[in-house]
Design a binder for this molecule. Sequence first.
Ligand SMILES: Nc1ncnc2c1ncn2[C@@H]1O[C@H](COP(=O)(O)OP(=O)(O)O)[C@@H](O)[C@H]1O
Ligand SMILES: [Mg+2]
Length: 238
Amino acid sequence: MSGHRDVVFQASGVTKTYLMGEVRIQALRGVDLTLYAGELVVMLGASGSGKSTLLNILGGLDHADGGVVRYRDQDLAHAGDKALTAYRRHHVGFVFQFYNLIPSLTARENVAIVTEIARDPMTPDSALSLVGLEDRMDHFPAQLSGGEQQRVAIARAIAKRPDVLLCDEPTGALDSRTGIRVLQVIQQINQELGTTTAVITHNAVIGEMADRVVRLADGRVHSVVENPARKSPGQLHW
Ligand SMILES: Nc1ncnc2c1ncn2[C@@H]1O[C@H](COP(=O)(O)OP(=O)(O)O)[C@@H](O)[C@H]1O
Ligand SMILES: [Mg+2]
């Protein structure tokens, strides 16, 4: 990356505490992080380091308690529920470890649920073709492998042409070969659509496909490292 970098997310001093009965769990203890347009960032960190909490706050699924969270010119930390819902609906695609597809709907219908409420969506068929599932559109989730189901979930996430794609352990339930195929799709979306992408994983090898690797530890950003060149997922081994 060179020259002027367009800022998509600006987080400063972000804190988040969960209350579990009498117990306070400080999930984020002052996170500072900037994400730039079009980049692919991999977020690494031990279990419990705050990765999911941070991603959920960036994606408008949850509120920070303190600090600043900006998405372009929007203040997410102080946005009301309606504004956050609109933000998520129009700008954010999510992919989770478990694909969360609706079992009684085909791949095409699972994607159509999102395209029906989007402002400028691609067709479900185009989204499914992008992830290499043009031959599987009429299959139900139970008729698809784990990796194929995750690719349907990615098609669903990107069919609305989101500005950002947030992936929380997208390969966590997949064997390495299938996981690499899913990562190839994520990288292809990032390259072809220019979607700013963050991928959470606890697998450090996956960091090699990123423009930048962000390490979280104990609720803070421990380090941010820019890769001199990013690898394609096909070059990764674990
Ligand atoms: N909804 C919640 N209620 C209570 N504690 C939570 C909740 N979500 C996360 N936590 C706690 O916050 C900390 C950070 O969790 P999380 O962001 O899920 O970490 P990671 O994704 O890196 O594993 C952990 O101690 C976790 O137990
Ligand atoms: Mg997590």
